[in-house]
Design a protein around this ligand. Structure first.
Ligand code: IMP
Ligand code: MG
Length: 178
């Protein structure tokens, strides 16, 4: 499987060190607040697992699963909820935990959906961010790494549901796509 990678962008050590820094920042910013971590399935599972264990204290989590309408690999920003939160977020401080922001359309939609439920606040934490997102207005409070506009896999990110279990983030060999 490792042979399918063309280039490693981020090693396991780099990812974990950055997640530790983000966890420290988050814990400081949410001190004394009722924090709820909301993960977006499936890509965010590994970020969530490592981020919540890197927090100096405990915080509950919940999950949403969504599907993006539209053709091809580009997201349209039109979203359908496949699995909604189990939790009532009224009055709570919600931190959305994501693997990657590309166009930002999906997250804009999720954020306004959650904001309509009267939470105390909604912020975003993402491990990776691509340059495309600059085209939309979306405020992302915590960003792990800004990466080039390339398709990446590993650490929760998939290509056709594969490679999510890689410990690194990398690009695929062109032969994989053909
Ligand atoms: P957006 O609406 O364009 O920001 O779409 C974000 C979603 O597209 C992410 O949550 C991923 O599921 C997927 N995605 C975007 N870029 C990549 C990538 O490089 N590798 C794997 N999935 C990606
Ligand atoms: Mg995702």
């Amino acid at each position: 499987m490792g042979n399918d990678l063309q280039k490693v962008l981020l090693t396991e050590d780099e990812i974990l060190a950055r997640i530790q820094e983000m966890a420290t920042d988050i814990w400081r910013d949410y001190k004394g607040k009722d924090l709820l971590l909301v993960g977006v399935l499936k890509g965010a599972i590994l970020v969530m697992a490592d981020l919540m264990r890197a927090l100096p204290g405990t915080a509950p989590m919940d999950w949403m699963a969504i599907s993006s309408y539209g053709s091809g690999t580009k997201s349209s920003g039109v979203v359908r909820i496949i699995k909604d939160l189990d939790t009532d977020i009224t009055g709570r401080h919600v931190l959305i935990v994501e693997d990657i922001i590309d166009s930002g359309l999906t997250l804009s939609w999720i954020r306004s959906n959650l904001e309509s439920r009267s939470p105390a606040s909604v912020e975003i934490c993402t491990l990776l961010r691509k340059p495309e997102v600059a085209k939309v207005e979306i405020d992302v409070r915590y960003v792990g790494f800004d990466i080039p506009n390339e398709f990446v896999v590993g650490y929760g990110l998939d290509y056709a549901e594969k490679y999510r279990n890689l410990r690194v983030v990398g690009t695929l060999n062109p032969s994989v796509y053909s």
